[in-house]
Design a protein around this ligand. Structure first.
Ligand SMILES: [Zn+2]
Ligand SMILES: [Zn+2]
Length: 229
């Protein structure tokens, strides 16, 4: 058995290490707070605010408010530039979910994400339900459409994965869903295989009381829903 004071030393060391880790955590958090302050807290001291344009050392000094408007405009321009370029021959589509065909924020479905550009496959049926009215598609030329998805519709879709900032094989997956009729509403775009050989939209299952557990990505049937199906 080790002597009692060695045990004490050990405890002290553990305590010291814990304190060190705590200090490091604190320093890290303080660093993050500092960075966030630098980035977002652009409140200026009263003395720094320029209300009206002045001329100082022969140069015009614009009002602070004017400069912040210009800066905001530049930032908006920059984020617009970072959006993907639309492909050539882009066919006009409706701003609806490419799966459940509902609008943004309808029935608690949340925002629509996108656009995700999909090149149409001339050998497969055209997803006409997504196209704007009076649009015709050439079967010989290449064309693309802009697709949008509700977050929840995408999250629960079978074999659809978001990785590295994009959905992998989205075109292939969408064609598969567009080829599948929903067991409940009979519309295309059914992406959830909720029962053997039966597919549905997220929305259609949700209104039937199906439970969607995000923590383990499990769908549980509402016992009363069986009668309706
Ligand atoms: Zn949807
Ligand atoms: Zn449906």
């Amino acid at each position: 058995m080790p002597p009692a004071n060695s045990e004490k030393k050990k405890k002290k060391r553990v305590k010291k290490n814990k304190k060190k880790a705590k200090d490091e955590d604190f320093d890290e958090a303080a660093g993050i707070v500092q960075k966030l302050k630098q980035r977002y807290q652009n409140k200026k001291e009263e003395s720094e605010i320029v209300k009206d344009p002045i001329i100082s050392n022969g140069k015009i000094v614009h009002p602070t408010r004017y400069l912040s408007i210009i800066e905001r405009g530049q930032r908006a321009q920059q984020s617009r530039l970072q959006a993907p370029d639309p492909p050539e021959n882009l066919i006009e589509t409706k701003w609806i979910c490419a799966l459940c065909q509902r609008y943004s924020c309808s029935d608690n479905l949340g925002d629509l994400f996108g656009p995700y550009y999909i090149e149409l496959d001339n050998t497969k049926p055209v997803p006409t339900f997504l196209l704007a009215d009076d649009v015709t598609i050439s079967k010989t030329e290449k064309s693309s459409i802009a697709c949008f998805l509700h977050g929840r519709c995408a999250l629960w879709s079978e074999n659809l994965y978001f990785f590295g900032g994009k959905f992998s094989k989205l075109d292939e997956r969408l064609y598969k869903y567009w080829d599948t009729l929903c067991e409940l509403c009979k519309e295309r775009g059914a992406s959830i295989n909720y029962k053997e050989n039966l597919h549905s939209h997220f929305y259609c299952l949700y209104i039937l009381g199906y439970k969607f557990d995000n923590s383990n990505l499990r769908i549980t049937a509402n016992p009363n829903a069986e009668i309706i199906i």
